[in-house]
Design a binder for this molecule. Structure first.
Ligand SMILES: *Cc1c(COP(=O)(O)O)cnc(C)c1O
Length: 304
């Protein structure tokens, strides 16, 4: 079987690079750029495009199985890809109890796009990368011969797909900042940068394990470490999908200033972190900082 033709979906690549006027940076002599990966495709959004595209090609028409929580951007993007490319998709969802309830809007969107949902209990979900558990789950989901993409979509293919994001930013910025979940996007981006450029990751999960994960993702994708990157662990706001009134007010204010919809789970924490760092004088005068807008809010931007 041959793979699907992704160019037929007309991704906007390279994604646009914009320079909003923001005095919170300008007053420190710092230029802020926005790398608008949220505009790559209306449904395969942002870094999900960059990570899924090489996997969908590698799947070569087989059913695609992947994993996620009840509000996973990755599950929604995979489901949308299935509809757009005519691929069968199965989503393994964390939380057996969710199967007895009406679907939330995010999971409803997945099923509307043709994804079959398979709910598993939390213990099974936690062990899903162990070969025996994975084989059992795939068997129960009727997907034993399927192409498996891990939770969050970060495998070696995905990481190599994100190298192009770094390459698009060569010569444009000194620091390239992005929010991190699994760290797959950062692992690839850093590999695509030119010498002298640095990637700065803002983890949205609490834990401090991400540096090791990024090193092993780079090892799997490239055979060893690549590029210059650092993490700043101060802006997770208590953990994944946690927020605060201050963060929400910050995001609304950014939307009003710049007319850019701010995705709350990842992008809001990135931008908050960058404004804080600029205020601390963390960037030298004359530096250019590019913030990667890795996604867009759901559900407003997705057609019902
Ligand atoms: C999935 C996602 C991320 C996280 O990407 P990783 O490669 O897992 O670090 C960042 N931003 C947005 C908007 C996302 O949807």
């Amino acid at each position: 079987m041959t793979g699907p033709d992704l160019t037929a979906l007309h991704p906007r690549l390279p994604s646009p690079l914009q320079e909003p006027a923001d005095e919170r940076f300008a007053r420190h002599g710092v230029r802020l750029l926005l790398k608008r990966d949220d505009l790559i495709h209306p449904e395969l959004i942002g870094n999900k495009w960059r990570k899924l595209a090489p996997n969908l090609t590698a799947a070569a028409g087989r059913t695609v199985v992947t994993f996620g929580g009840a509000y996973s951007n990755h599950l929604r993007a995979t489901a949308a890809a299935g509809r757009l490319l005519g691929l069968r998709t199965i989503g393994v969802v964390r939380g057996q109890e969710l199967s007895d309830r009406p679907l939330n809007p995010s999971l409803a969107r997945c099923t509307a796009d043709g994804m079959r949902l398979h709910f598993v209990d939390r213990s099974t979900y936690r062990h899903k990368t162990e070969p025996d558990t994975l084989a059992r789950v795939l068997h129960e989901a009727g997907a034993s011969n399927a192409y498996v993409i891990p939770e969050g979509g970060s495998n070696a293919e995905a990481v190599r797909g994100c190298r192009a994001l770094g390459e698009e930013l060569r010569g444009h910025a000194d620091v390239i900042a992005l929010p991190c979940g699994t760290g797959g996007t950062l692992a690839g981006l850093a590999a695509g940068l030119a010498p002298g450029q640095r990637a700065l990751g803002i983890p949205v999960l609490k834990g401090g394990f991400l540096g090791a994960d990024i090193r092993s993702l780079q090892h799997a994708a490239f055979g060893g470490p690549r590029g210059d990157w650092t993490l700043d662990d101060r802006f997770h706001f208590g953990g994944y999908a946690r927020t605060s009134p201050e963060l929400d007010a910050f995001a609304r204010d950014f939307e009003e200033r710049h007319g850019v919809a701010v995705e709350r789970v990842y992008v809001a924490k990135l931008l908050y972190g960058l404004v804080t760092l600029a205020g601390e004088g963390a960037f030298p005068r004359g530096a250019t900082v590019a913030a990667v807008v890795t996604g867009r809010p759901f559900p407003s931007a997705v057609p019902a």
